[in-house]
Design a protein around this ligand. Structure first.
Ligand code: NIG
Ligand code: FE
Length: 423
């Protein structure tokens, strides 16, 4: 369907057209995150995969009545329209599942205990290395269908379940194929430094060397990634190793991201600031000084409240982070261990319930600021003339309700590049 042209779509009588339009460039901070630029009684004209025009239904009828016959008209009475949601942090390309670890954790084992005993990321790595590309592709495609059904039209996806050259490339190639064949747009991140593979347990520096000297050049040669990420964590990669990996990636043109201060405070926010990362992820244990560092350097905080909930941890301090002037994005972290969910709307609910973000802040964090964390805000993340027509129609009559009623999929229709893919 990619690139297909079709009839214009004219959505009318939208109870709230939540555009998130703004003249300000770059990620939104503090009260800017609450400015949703809502048009009550709105209407949008979509043509050639793009948003051609928008306004109130009254204005749009005057302008477009002469073309009404050629369009597919959608009556959105009692419903809202938002930009397609953007998930800026996932590990969605994987095979198998780890429900037995879920049970182990319920009985008291910790996430890191399981990983150190050869489970966790290592278990999924064994699957990546043994299952066929086709199997991984098909399993992931089903997950992407579910993401779309929950209103997500673009997501970031990390490698890091190969942990050797061949299988990191395999995972990234599956990602590329999915991007080409599935309606979902996938923004790829190389995360060879997701864990120290078991065969390098005694010599992690040697693995870091392999990531830097062999994997990064090979990934860049095939143009398989836009970003580079590293799991900077006690017992995984040190702040020094993390910095080395991110700077090496940067030299090759990859943009740094970092899993920072997730399980323990480990100077992750400092590394993010020092290397000029676009975003720092998780931040459950970030210190006040770490937050200051992020604010000073303009790093986006990507918060993952479903992961905190699932690991039984306290959520990130979103209020302190927002008050410090750090732009916030939110994400599912979709992965088979710490957050086996595809529901970004659930994460939006949790952002409010567990992190005390307002519904407006949460929506901004899952659309425009998420786009900024992927450096694609010139194309998606808000409803503005000329942008890609990635649009969701929700069966609620105001945006607060999207966050207020949880555990329900409110999606009615999803258009990806102007093509209806759900509903
Ligand atoms: O973001 N922290 C590291 N990576 C993932 C978990 C991956 C897994 O358990 O498979 C995370 O929580
Ligand atoms: Fe993650």
């Amino acid at each position: 369907m990619k690139g297909m042209s079709q009839k214009p779509i004219w959505i009318q009588n939208i109870s709230q057209l939540v555009t998130l339009a703004s003249d300000k460039k770059g990620p939104r901070v503090r009260e800017e995150m609450r400015e949703l630029a809502i048009i009550e009684g709105g209407s949008v004209w979509i043509e050639n995969g793009l948003i051609q025009d928008l306004g109130t239904t009254r204005e749009m009828i005057l302008k477009y009545i002469h073309r009404a016959e050629e369009a597919d008209i959608v009556d959105a009475t009692g419903k809202i329209v938002t930009p397609g949601l953007i998930d800026p942090h996932t590990h969605v390309v994987f095979g198998g599942s780890r429900e037995h670890e879920f049970e182990m954790r319920l009985e008291g084992a910790s996430y890191m205990d399981i990983m150190n005993a050869g489970g966790g990321i290592h278990a999924t790595t064994r699957k990546m290395r043994t299952l066929s590309e086709e199997h991984i592709f098909n399993q992931t495609a089903r997950r992407l269908d579910l993401f779309l059904q929950h209103g997500v039209t673009t997501l970031e996806s990390k490698s890091g379940y190969g942990l050797d050259l061949e299988n990191e490339l395999k995972q990234l190639r599956v990602m590329r194929k999915l991007h080409e064949k599935h309606p979902m747009d996938i923004v790829p991140t190389f995360m060879g430094a997701h864990a120290v593979p078991e065969e390098y347990r005694e010599n992690p520096d040697k693995y870091v060397h392999l990531v830097i000297e062999e994997m990064i050049p090979a990934v860049v040669k095939e143009d398989l990634a836009k970003f580079i990420d590293v799991f900077c964590e006690v017992e995984v990669f040190t702040p020094e190793q993390s910095e080395q990996v991110l700077l090496a990636g940067k030299e090759y043109g990859l943009i740094p991201k970092i899993h920072a201060d997730e399980i323990e405070e480990n100077k992750g926010a400092y590394v993010a600031a020092k290397v000029g990362a676009i975003s720092a992820e998780h931040l459950l244990k970030v210190s006040d000084e770490g937050i200051e560092e992020l604010a000073k350097s303009g790093v986006i905080a990507c918060l993952l409240p479903a992961t905190a909930l699932y690991l039984g941890e306290k959520p990130a301090r979103a209020r302190d982070i927002i008050d410090a002037g750090v732009p916030v994005a939110i994400s599912t972290d979709c992965n088979p261990g710490s957050s086996p969910t595809i529901s970004l709307p659930l994460v939006m609910n949790l952002a409010c319930i567990t992190m005390k973000m307002t519904p407006a802040e949460s929506l901004c964090a899952a659309t425009y600021n998420a786009a900024c964390a992927l450096q694609i805000e010139d194309r998606v993340g808000s409803i503005e003339v000329g942008k890609q027509a990635d649009i969701v129609l929700w069966d609620v009559h105001n945006h607060q309700k999207l966050h207020y009623i949880f555990g329900v999929n409110h999606v009615k229709t999803v258009w990806k590049k102007g093509v209806k893919v759900v509903g």
